[in-house]
Design a binder for this molecule. Sequence first.
Ligand SMILES: C[C@H]1O[C@H](OP(=O)(O)OP(=O)(O)OC[C@H]2O[C@@H](n3cnc4c(=O)[nH]c(N)nc43)[C@H](O)[C@@H]2O)[C@@H](O)[C@@H](O)C1=O
Length: 323
Amino acid sequence: MRVLITGITGMVGSHLAEYILENHPEAEVYGMVRWRSPLDNIQGILEKVTLVNGDLRDLNSLIKIMTDIKPDRIFHLAAQSYVTVSFDQPADTLETNVIGTTNLMDAVRWAKIDPRIHICSSSEVYGQVKEDEVPITEHNPLRPASPYAVSKVGEDMISLQYFLSYGIKTIRTRMFTHTGPRRGDVFAESTFAKQVAEIEAGLKPNPVKVGNLDSVRTIADVRDAVRAYWLLLEHGEPGEVYNIGGEETMTVGDILDIYKDMATCEIKHEVDPARLRPSDVTLQIPDISKFQEVTGWKAKIPPRKTFEDLLNYHRHLIKKQSV
Ligand SMILES: C[C@H]1O[C@H](OP(=O)(O)OP(=O)(O)OC[C@H]2O[C@@H](n3cnc4c(=O)[nH]c(N)nc43)[C@H](O)[C@@H]2O)[C@@H](O)[C@@H](O)C1=O
């Protein structure tokens, strides 16, 4: 079986590749990279995967990849995934996420192949939900509250349309917050961990800079998330959409408190107005029963372990950079 991962150099893509190599050795893993993508996250598996150059904005590069590899499964993880940046660069976000996904599916059509394709939509498509709408099911209205969320609605819907019009086997996930080692340092739980590690190392003054600490999230570990994605393409129904997420609910402020508790010195915090958004999604609690019924998936890693591993990841990076 040939498996293609777009976004293999990111947090999720690199963990997914490791998961597949370890648990499904029969699979040949191909990763699509842009020619200048940093390969740090996949250093440990470079000899076990085949990298191919491509760009979601370049249809020809995708047609070549599909024709050469003829993947049986595609995990489409590449995206502009940072909500804050999408307010500053809305067109760029839409182009990568919506046009990029459209190109990917057009390339599959051109190559006349019939893979099962995981489309990574997002809980952000639900936007600001009302209190009586949680836990959020797949039937909730879509009220995107950022250009990123609009781009994920577009990606989600165009993937459904390619299934309805051409029978392309897209299966969509709306993943709620998931994190762990290698998480980009722009996201809340990762920037907090990085700043704590820098303060511990004497590289940055106390306090940790924060934005809105009141948003409610559930946390899933990225290593549980990639297992969910594998199960999705094994058991999911083409054309369908599934919520996935963790079960423990907390505020962003609770996450900061966990790090304060783990830190080796006293940590203070301060709101940085630049970290507040024009509109924020403050309540995200998923109903994941549809996905669990189909796959039997259950998260195994508790959030505290996830945060501990993420903090140690940043501590390790800082140590490495200082030698
Ligand atoms: C499922 C979804 O999950 C992620 O999107 P996100 O939830 O917006 O992630 P975030 O970590 O940027 O914000 C979470 C919350 O935390 C608040 N917050 C407070 N203080 C800081 C802060 O200092 N930095 C950031 N980034 N956020 C902060 C911020 O205002 C927001 O309410 C992406 O993976 C996305 O790709 C995705 O699909």
